[in-house]
Design a protein around this ligand. Structure first.
Ligand SMILES: Nc1nc2c([nH]c(=O)n2[C@H]2C[C@H](O)[C@@H](COP(=O)(O)OP(=O)(O)OP(=O)(O)O)O2)c(=O)[nH]1
Ligand SMILES: [Mg+2]
Length: 320
């Protein structure tokens, strides 16, 4: 299958709105909205290609800034690498190829119909790049205090998880944790228990085994209808495809490196992560031995960011 490297820019106006262009008729993915850009030509650098494309398509002079994400995505006819950079520019963007343009306030981006590779790009712009998974508590008060410290350090998305804990103790603790997370305005998901997630009004994180259970679609339907987030733990392409079929908001894929919590399992590594990621259009966090310093390499392989227990729970950020 042919491999195409496409560079695209996140172009913002003074009000922070993001420029989208509508793909014209007679091309693949016509009518969908995209980040302006195009194919890297043989022998051309990604930066030079992006400057050229933005001059040709929009008539602006661009300066290529930081990388946002590189999304490997498989289409029916090709394997795409969508390499998205932040842009500074001079001039006024115009649709020089006859394409419609729109300045989209960031919170409206998800409402534009876009190609599959763009869903992880929009998530990278809007959603947290770190997903804290709690360790099982030994002392409940110490656990709540550690959660509060993680929130204070800037964690914006949390999965409450405590395998094997007594059910009554856990539901009391969940209620207290949810109160802390609500106060911090942090998105919260509960591992595995749809009924309890529904009662306390938070999202649900599906275990990989749950993904394939009969009736799982019906079990998560009320949470989805209430606008709650659904995440999913995935270990292979079948898990990812099923998470996408179920309408999950994001997935977590790993283990990336060898970890203390899964000592026997060898990590899959970044190349295998990218090769699995390209089969779905979901935002996918990498998990397994990762710390905040790994967010850059994660984004370079198409990840939304990192999910971690130890790596995000302790201030030191030691790998789990
Ligand atoms: N520019 C851009 N292309 C995207 C995005 N998302 C996405 O899937 N693509 C795909 C659509 C196309 O298959 C490919 C870009 O190819 P293209 O045909 O637009 O390339 P180009 O601008 O060099 O145009 P052309 O002269 O080759 O027609 O990448 C995106 O956000 N921006
Ligand atoms: Mg183009």
């Amino acid at each position: 299958m042919k491999q195409v490297h496409v560079v695209a820019g996140v172009i913002r106006d003074a009000r922070g709105r993001v420029l989208l262009a509508r793909r014209t008729e007679g091309r693949d993915l016509a009518g969908l909205w995209e980040f302006p850009g195009g194919k890297v030509e043989p022998g051309e650098s990604a930066e030079a290609a992006l400057v050229r494309e933005l001059r040709e398509e929009l008539g602006i002079e661009a300066r290529v800034d930081a990388a946002l994400i590189r999304v490997p995505q498989r289409y029916p006819d090709k394997r795409l690498l969508l390499d998205v950079r932040h842009i500074r520019f001079t001039g006024t963007p115009k649709g020089l190829d006859g394409q419609a343009l729109a300045w989209a306030p960031p919170h409206t981006l998800a409402g534009y119909p876009m190609p599959p590779a763009d869903r992880p790009v929009v998530a990278a712009l809007l959603k947290p790049d770190r997903y804290l998974v709690t360790p099982a508590p030994e002392d409940d008060q110490a656990w709540l205090a550690a959660l509060a410290r993680a929130l204070a350090r800037g964690v914006r998305c949390v999965q409450l998880r405590a395998p094997g804990l007594d059910a009554r103790r856990w539901s009391r603790l969940v209620a207290q944790a949810v109160a802390l997370c609500r106060e911090a305005g942090v998105e919260t998901l509960l591992n595995g228990d749809a009924a309890l997630a529904g009662r306390v009004g938070i999202g649900l994180h599906l275990r990989s085994a749950q993904l394939h259970q009969a009736g799982i679609g019906e079990a998560i339907a009320p949470l989805k209808a209430a606008g709650r987030s659904i995440g999913a733990s995935c270990h292979d392409v079948q898990d990812l495809l099923q998470a996408e079929r179920l309408g999950c908001d994001f997935a977590v894929l790993g283990p990336l490196l060898q970890t203390r919590t899964h000592p026997g399992a060898a990590g899959i590594g970044w190349d295998a992560f990218a090769a699995m990621r390209e089969r779905v259009s979901l935002p996918v966090h990498a998990i397994g031995g990762l710390v905040s310093d790994d967010i850059g390499i994660a984004r370079a392989h198409g990840a939304q960011g990192i999910a971690a227990i130890r790596g995000l729970w302790d201030a030191g950020g030691a790998a789990e």
